[in-house]
Structure formats: C-alpha cells, structure tokens
Ligand binder design. Structure first.
Ligand SMILES: [Zn+2]
Length: 702
C-alpha cells in the first residue's frame, strides 16, 4: 500500500513561463540592444488608497547609451524626462516612453523619469485553490496589500536588458515593501515606513510586494533569511526560519554558493504562490500548510539556482522543473526515507501511464511549462526520472560535479539541454549523446516485458532463463533482474538492453519463487495497464453499473445517493443481497454497500486490508492508525473481462453521508478512510500483475 500527499508542488511555472515567453519575444525584437546591464535607482512612494505609485527612476549605464523606448505599465503619466541631466521633450503613449536622441551620440548615459502609475487589477479573493496557480492578478495596489509582477513594468524599464536595482519605497506607516536583493534598511518615521533594497544580481525583471507584515531577520553566514508574515501567521516565522536555514545549507553544499543576498518567505494577500529570484510569495492559506516547509519551500529554494540564477533556455526546452523536482521533491525523500523515494518514482511512472496518451505525448525537449496535468507528468515527472537515470549512469560523484559546473558556468546566463549534455559528458568522461537522444528527442518510454521465462534443473540447482522484449524504438538500458528464492534469498544481475529482444540466464542454488525486472523502479518506462492500481477515477465512466446492498445495510443507500450522482452512477441497477445471483455481476462494474453475509459474494481483498463480518462490519488497514467510521475503496479494475469492484463500509448512515460527499474529490486514490467526514487515510493499492514479474509456484518447478 502506498500513501502520498495530494499536492502539486510548483506554482511559479505559469507565471514565470509567461514572463519568459514575453522576455524571449522582446529579446528577439531588441536583440541588437540586448547587451549592457542597466542600473536602476528607484525612489518611490506607495499610495495604497489611490492604487498608485509616484516616483522617480534613474537609469544609468556605463557600457552603452540608454536608448528609447522605455516601457511603463499601468495607468501611467510621465511628468518629466531628463537625459544626462538635461530636461528633454518626450512622448508617452501606449506604455511607450520615447524622446529625441542626440544626433551626435555619446550621451544618454543616464535617464531620469518622474512618473505616476496606477495598478488596480480586479481581485477575486475567494475562488482559487492551490491546484490552479493561474490567478490572473499581475498588478494591484490595495490597502490590504500590493503585488506587482515582474513583467508589468511598474517602473520605466528597458526591455531586453538586464538590470541591477536600488529600490527605496516610502509607504504608509507599518507597510513593509519586499523585492529582490538585500534589505539595506527599514525605518518608520513621520507617518511613513521606508524600506530600501539593493539587488546586484542582473535580472530580467523585478517584482514587488507590500503589506502590513511582521518581519523576522536571521542570517546564514552572509545570506539574509527573512520572513514577512501577517500578524495572524507571524507565529510561523520560527519554523520558516529553521526550514530556510536547513534547505539553504543543504543545497549550498550540493550545488555551490547560493547566488543571491537573501532568501525571503513573504505572505501574499492573494491566494497565490510564486517563486521569484531570492524570495517566494505565498498566499495566506498556503503559508499555513504544514507540509509546505519540506515540499514547495525547498522546491522554490532549488529554483534559486535553476530558473533564477541559471536561466532556462526555453527555446531548447525547459529542463528546470525536472531538475527542481528531482533535487527537492524527490531527493529530500531519498535522504530521509528510501522507501518514500521508491514510492515517489513509482508515482511518477503511474502518473505518466494514467495521464499521458499516445495522442498527447511529446518529447521532453518540447516541454515549456505546465498548463495541464499530462504536461506536468512529462516535464516534471519524466524530467526528474531522466536526471535520476543520468545520476545512475555517470555515478554520484560525476553527477554532483556536473550540477556544480552547471551552477558555476550558468550563473547569470541561460543554459539549454544541449549545454547540460556537454557539461555532464565532460565531467563524466562519457559520451552521452545516446542517453540525451533517447530521453529527450523521442516521446514515450520503454515498453518492457519478460518473454518465455522457464525454469530448468541443473545439477542440484535451478536455471531461470528467458528474454526481455521491448517495442520499437528499443532503448539502451541497464535492467536489474532480481530473483527471489522460496527461502527468501535474493540474487541480482544487471542486464544491458539495447535491442528488441535480450536473452538472459540466472543460476540459482535454491528453488526460485519470484523474478522481477527493475524491482525498485529506477527506470522510466511506460507501465502496463495491469500495473496501474484501480482508483476512484476509474469509477467515473461506469460500465453497466450495479449496486449490491448487503443484508441489513439498506440504511446506507439514501446516504450515498449524492455519491452515486457524483460518480455518474445515478442510473445504476440496485439489488439486495437476498435477491442477488452472482452471475448477474459478470462483466459489470459493482459497488458493494456493506459487507455481504454470503461468503460467495465477498470480493477478494488486497494485501493489507482485512474486514470482519460484524454488525456493522469492521476493518483493519495495515499502517493506518486512528479510529475511522467509513471506508471506501476500489478493490480492482477492469481486467480480463471483469468489471470494477468497489466497496463502501460505514458505522452509520450519517457517517456514510458525511464521507460520501467527499469521495469523488479523491480521484487518484483507491482507498479512503474517514472519521466524522474528515479524511484520515488516502492511498493506492499495489498492483501486482506486471509484464516484468514472474511468480514460480512450487508445483510448477522441475
Ligand atoms: Zn518548479
């Protein structure tokens, strides 16, 4: 049985990929000018009541002249423009600020713009769960909080050129402002709070947030660790400080120096979450999720390296999510609980098999960002597995030194998959074209199966022989074969595959009991349908559905009417146990309400679940603790002409009614346990039928 947290880890993608696309477009247009770094000195006043900022922006460049146009967003007005200290005539329309350049050239080293800009995107505060990060608000200034996104041009900026920033914001007393870089000062006087930030890392854009925060500040060597939380959530600061310290120390050790001056966890009044260079912005309800500290927080911290300091060359495919997923979501599990890491790899394979079809599949190199779950299964899931296989292919030391080379060589630049291939080839001394070719350029994954596996006697021992077959195109893989004997002795051998058919032979001194290929799921492959556990989602398209009400359990039926409706089972035939003849269920999807008294009607239970035929029936689930009043499970899927089998048990009709309302929200699970309508356990059954698994019964051995 496997248990995992329902959670999609990375929100930054949509936001970031939009700005990246925008930046790419802009860069394409202005690439001739895209060279020098501009220094921005911003002196701003934040007026939340008027949804407005007033300010002065000084742009300087030592490398080359600053040429028009500048872009300024929002509902903006420009008061004056000075070029190298001289007021000039300008025009501002459609967000474009231009002025007459000096025909002789040689000036425009500095441009000063005084301006006002209002931002007031409508804010739907109550509609969004964390599954949907595309919230739509990109720029809004309100008394309850301010958020100005990177691409919005809330100060006059030169698109296509990176900037360093000195930002001073004066806001109403108690309103703290946060942006990229180091917090230089923060002071309140004469009814205003002024925050000053210096960002010395050349960035393509700058976001800003403000609110009535309580701030905490600690250090990890020269890195500022900051939290900006609302008074309601200020008690979380200590655990965020500890988690930032723990994760930054770990990743600094793994990847090399942390590229920024600070890391800040900032609460957003909008229910969103963003990962930004040197800070993360989390909605109030998100900030309170306890598992965040060791899931999305480290994921966003890893993006400090991959996606922020080292940018992703999107034209060549987005490798950043696969790597962040591997180094955060996956690697932290591997460090704490190897069994959880194994489950995580299996979950990746299951998600891919369940969500990606021949029609919607695409090569990993074509992944840009996540708009739908199937894209996530490829870009995050398959991407993470590719880094896992790369690590196993070149070894731990070369993998780590490759990561550090990526961080060092890519700092302040963008890297493509091709650059990664070159770096990992160099550090490992291995030619890796075949590896990157097979995993990046073609869609799909290996489709592996045992073929003609037989056992023969040899002297006092046994020989297991057979072949591994794969469909075209054949992958180059190292497949672990694990032979377990009847006495529990384990033999392992690694079989190199490179063809449609690869024969193997394993000699065993003891009688074999089980042969498994890739038993620890180290390879990315397309799982067979029989390897996927049946889940609640499978119930949603019922085939000739039948509801069997166990004797004495009629009270459950009215309680679960809404559940039947939610699962599209409202037209199911309903039969009482006393009137039921088992052949009537052949080939049909069947939901049992209650535990039948007639033993021939009781379905086979997965390992880990036992049910006692008491009144009401009681159950026991391996690893699950705590008293529960309702159990719902999908026991088996549609295989070999049989229909689905699902079961609902409850202590009372009221318990069933409370749980039933929620069941259809847990589509990817096969077992749910509830107490008073609250879900306590959600998990999936292990599927034991695999084309890479052969069980030898005692009687069949020679
Ligand atoms: Zn991410």
């Amino acid at each position: 049985m496997t248990t995992f947290v329902e959670y999609s880890s990375c929100w930054r993608r949509i936001f970031f990929s939009l700005t990246a696309v925008l930046a790419t477009l802009v860069q394409t247009v202005t690439s001739a000018a895209a060279a020098g770094v501009i220094d921005y000195d911003l002196d701003l006043r934040l007026l939340p009541d008027q949804h407005r900022i007033d300010g002065r922006a000084l742009l300087t460049s030592v490398q080359e002249p600053i040429t028009p146009p500048l872009r300024l967003g929002g509902d903006a007005a420009v008061t004056s423009v000075e070029v190298d200290g001289h007021r000039v005539a300008f025009s501002f329309a459609g967000g474009r600020l231009t002025w007459q350049e000096d025909a002789g050239g040689g000036w425009s080293r500095s441009v000063t713009v005084t301006y006002q800009a209002a931002f007031n995107d409508p804010v739907p505060l109550d509609t969004v769960g964390i599954e949907d990060p595309s919230f739509g608000v990109r720029a809004t200034i309100l008394p309850q909080g301010t958020f100005l996104a990177e691409g919005v041009a809330w100060f006059p900026q030169r698109d296509g050129q990176r900037g360093r920033h000195r930002v001073r914001v004066s806001a109403p007393a108690g309103v703290l402002t946060v942006t990229a870089g180091r917090l230089v000062s923060q002071a309140t006087a004469a009814g205003s709070t002024v925050c000053e930030w210096h960002n010395s890392f050349p960035l393509g854009g700058l976001a800003l947030a403000a609110g009535r925060y309580q701030m905490t500040s600690e250090r990890l060597d020269d890195i500022q660790l900051l939290t900006f939380l609302s008074p309601e959530n200020a008690n979380l600061a200590a655990s965020y400080q500890a988690a930032m310290r723990r994760h930054l120390a770990f990743y600094r050790d793994l990847l090399g120096p942390y590229p920024f001056a600070k890391f800040a966890v900032v609460e957003n009044f909008l229910p969103t979450g963003y990962g930004l260079p040197s800070w993360t912005l989390l909605g109030s309800s998100v900030v309170r999720l306890p598992f965040l500290l060791d899931t999305s927080l480290p994921h966003e911290i890893v993006h400090s390296w991959w996606g922020n300091a080292v940018e992703i060359d999107y034209a060549g495919g987005n490798w950043g999510e696969g790597l962040a997923t591997y180094l955060a979501d996956y690697l932290l599990k591997e460090r704490s609980q190897p069994q959880e890491a194994l489950e995580y790899r299996r979950k990746i394979l299951r998600d891919y098999a369940a969500l990606v079809t021949v029609q919607n599949d695409f090569p990993l190199r074509a992944f840009g960002g996540r708009q739908a779950k199937y894209q996530q299964a490829i870009g995050y899931g398959k991407g993470a597995m590719v880094f896992h296989m790369l690590r196993r292919q070149i070894g731990e030391e070369a993998f780590r030194s490759g990561l550090r080379r990526m961080a060092a060589e890519g700092n302040g630049r963008s890297l493509s998959w091709t650059a990664l291939e070159e770096i990992f080839s160099r550090v490992s001394g291995q030619e890796l074209r075949w590896f990157f070719h097979q995993w990046l350029e073609q869609s799909g994954g290996p489709d592996l199966a045992f073929d003609k596996v037989t056992v023969s006697r040899r002297g006092k021992g046994w020989t297991v022989s057979g072949a591994v077959v794969q469909t075209e195109p054949a992958y180059r893989l190292e497949l672990v074969l694990r032979l377990t004997s009847a006495t529990g002795k384990v033999l392992e051998q690694t079989l190199p595959l490179n063809d449609r058919r690869t024969p193997f032979t394993i000699a065993s001194a003891e009688p074999p009991a089980l042969l498994a290929g890739d038993p620890d799921s180290h390879l990315f492959r397309r799982l067979a349908a029989t390897e996927l556990p049946a889940t609640i989602n499978d119930l949603l398209a019922p085939q000739r559905p039948l509801v069997l009400v166990a004797a004495g359990q009629d009270g459950l039926l009215p309680a679960v009417r809404d559940l039947l409706k939610g699962l599209h089972w409202e037209d199911a035939e309903i039969v009482n146990e006393a009137d039921f003849h088992p052949p009537a269920a052949t080939g049909r999807d069947l939901l049992l309400l209650g535990w039948p008294g007639r033993t021939e009607l009781r379905p086979q239970l997965p390992a880990g679940l036992t049910i006692a035929a008491s009144h009401p029936p009681s159950w026991q689930v391996a690893d699950a603790t705590g008293a529960t009043d309702t159990l719902f499970t999908v026991l088996s899927g549609r295989q070999d002409g049989a229909g689905l089998r699902a079961l609902l048990l409850a202590d009372s009709a009221e318990a069933a009614r409370q749980a039933a309302a929620k069941i259809s929200h847990y589509g990817r699970y096969s077992l749910l346990l509830f107490a008073n309508g609250r879900n306590l356990v959600k998990s999936t059954w292990e599927a034991n039928v695999s084309p890479l698994r052969v069980v030898f019964s005692k009687d069949s051995l020679p």
